[in-house]
Design a protein around this ligand. Structure first.
Ligand code: AMP
Length: 270
C-alpha cells in the first residue's frame, strides 16, 4: 500500500481515500464519486476493524462480500483497494491506541465503550499508510466524523477530512451495511427513524420546544414493536453537547434498535 502511495506522490498526483468496512452500497459509492472528482487517484480500504466492536457485538457476522466489493470498486474506477488482515493492522505486540477524549464517551460511546478508540486508532493507521491528501467520511456516522476531524486537528494530520451527505432509500432510511440484518417487516418499520427525525426537526424549526418535539419522536419510534431507543437528542454540530434550544449547525442525532439491529441516523436543523 505504502509503495503504491509513494508512486502516486512521486508523480505529483493527489490521492483521495475512502475508509470502509466493506459490504459496499450506494452510500459508499457516493463517497467514492466525490473522491474521484476531487483527486487524481482514489484508494478505498476494506477492513472490518476488530478494535471497534464490543465483545457481544456483530464482528463475526458482519457481512464480508469481498468479491462483490472488489468488482464494484473496479466498476467505479477506484485505483487501489487496500484490504489488510487484522495481523497487518495489529501485529503481535501492538500497544498504541488513540483516544479522542470527551467526544468519544458521549452518545454512541456510552453504549459502545471502546468503539471510538478503535475507530480513531484504525483511521489514523489507515491515513498514515495510504498517505492520502483527503479522506472522505459520511455524515451518516456523525459522531465518528466529528471525532476524526478533532483527531486530525489535534495531531496536526496533513489530511483534509471531508464530510459527505447521507444517502437514503426512497422511504428515508439511511443506507447502511447493517440494513441487511433487518427482516422485510423490520425493514419497512425502520423508516420510522428518519421520519421521526425529520418531523422533530420541522417542529423545532417552527417553534415547538426541543423537549416536546423529541418526546413525540420517541413515542413514534416506540410505536414500532421490538424497538428500543439508545438515545435521541439535539446537539451542537461540533462539540456534540446536548442542547435544550436550537442554534445554527445543531443536529438531532439518534441510535435506535429495530429488533436485534442497531441503526443510527442524524439530521441537521436548517
Ligand atoms: P462503514 O463501511 O459503515 O464503516 O462506512 C464507511 C464510510 O461510509 C463511513 O465514512 C460512513 O459514514 C460512510 N457511509 C455509510 N453509510 C452511508 C450513507 N448512507 N451515506 C453516505 N455515507 C455513508
Amino acid at each position: 500500500m505504502r509503495a503504491w502511495a509513494d508512486w502516486v506522490k512521486k508523480k505529483n498526483q493527489s490521492l483521495g481515500f475512502v475508509p470502509t468496512m466493506g459490504a459496499l452500497h450506494a452510500g459508499h459509492a457516493s463517497l467514492i464519486y466525490r473522491a474521484k472528482k476531487e483527486n487524481d487517484k482514489v484508494v478505498v480500504s476494506i477492513f472490518v476493524n476488530p478494535a471497534q466492536f464490543g465483545p457481544h457485538e456483530d464482528f463475526s457476522r458482519y457481512p464480508r462480500p469481498f468479491e462483490e466489493d472488489r468488482k464494484l470498486c473496479a466498476s467505479l474506477g477506484v485505483d487501489a483497494l487496500y484490504h489488510p488482515s487484522s495481523e497487518d493492522i495489529y501485529p503481535q505486540g501492538y500497544r498504541t491506541y488513540v483516544n479522542v477524549e470527551g467526544l468519544s464517551d458521549l452518545w454512541c460511546g456510552r453504549f459502545r465503550p471502546g468503539h471510538f478508540r478503535g475507530v480513531a486508532t484504525v483511521v489514523l493507521k489507515l491515513l498514515q499508510t495510504t498517505f492520502a491528501d483527503r479522506a472522505y467520511l459520511g455524515e451518516k456516522d456523525y459522531q465518528q466524523l466529528m471525532i476524526i476531524r478533532r483527531m486530525a486537528r489535534d495531531l496536526n494530520l496533513p489530511q483534509r477530512i471531508i464530510g459527505c451527505p447521507t444517502l437514503r432509500e426512497k422511504d428515508g432510511l439511511a443506507l447502511s451495511s447493517r440494513n441487511q440484518y433487518l427482516s422485510p417487516i423490520e425493514r419497512a418499520q425502520a423508516a420510522i427513524l428518519y421520519r421521526s427525525l425529520n418531523t422533530a426537526a420541522k417542529k423545532i424549526k417552527s417553534g415547538e420546544t426541543v423537549s416536546r418535539a423529541l418526546s413525540s419522536a420517541r413515542r413514534n419510534i416506540l410505536s414500532v414493536p421490538q424497538s428500543k431507543i439508545d438515545y435521541i437528542a439535539l446537539v451542537d454540530g461540533e462539540s456534540l453537547e446536548e442542547l435544550k434550544t436550537p442554534r445554527p449547525g445543531a443536529r438531532i442525532i439518534s441510535a435506535v434498535w429495530i429488533g436485534k439491529t442497531r441503526l443510527i441516523d442524524n439530521i441537521k436543523l436548517v
